[in-house]
Design a binder for this molecule. Sequence first.
Ligand code: SF4
Length: 295
Amino acid sequence: MRAHRPTAEFPRHLEELYARFPFERSLADDPVSEVRSLTHDRRSAEVAGIFAATLAVGNTTAIRGAVRRLAETAGGDVAWLVSPGHARERSRRLRSFRHRWIRGDQLDYLARVLEEFYRRHPSLESVFVRGLEDGGFAGGLDALARTLRGEAVAKRLGPPPRGYRALFPSPYDASGSPCKRLTLFVRWMARDRFPDLGVWNRIPTGELKIPLDQHVHWIAYHLGLTGRRTRSWSAVEEVSETLRRIDPLDPTRYDFVLCHTGISGDCPKERDLSVCGPCSVRPDCRLWRGRAVSS
Ligand code: SF4
């Protein structure tokens, strides 16, 4: 038995899936819709994006609700969270905040890290670009993770709250984390095509990697874009490389479609003639073709 691979027509099938996809329907369900509504300029886009990406745990309804609650604590202007002069009030408002295992004291520390950062730098883009130049996309993500962990300002701010640094894994960590949340943040910032914000302009979109959440990993595995059954940075690299061969200039443009094909229920995640019939990537799907592909 050899590894499952998509058919030679997969690029055309994927384009069909993309062309037919109801973006507007799924945009309302995606956390990026909250980020878009909170964006007034580059600073607010970055702040909304990094907090929303940090909260991107669980289902999309809960994530959107958490981002809205966070925005309410800032009076509707997320840039307030990182602007100087109200540390005590911010800490008070965030004290009771909770989303899954993410706590308000961790978000308050993130706000303090960003407040310190923005005193000296205009944008997180410069951090990512510096890492990108040294070590490609993984290097950029590592530099971003180190900055957000507050490694450079820990002496000034004091130690972070319990579990804080684990919110920002790096591709270089021994855990092999897929780093979905930071990868998603970079996609939101760097792509200037729908539905992303494009407030960063120094990162070629061809360099971006796929934010490998459970939905994207499920469909990528079943289409043969990766043979890895578990999510990892290696799986991110494999899926991204396959998509880059299809669109070298913008491989992550397929991310939204692959993700929401799962979230929306368009894909039942089982072989079901009534749903799979019109699926554009059906010829490539492991479930449709049968589990075993004989050599
Ligand atoms: S063929 Fe069915 S199970 Fe496979 S990706 Fe399409 S909808 Fe999902």
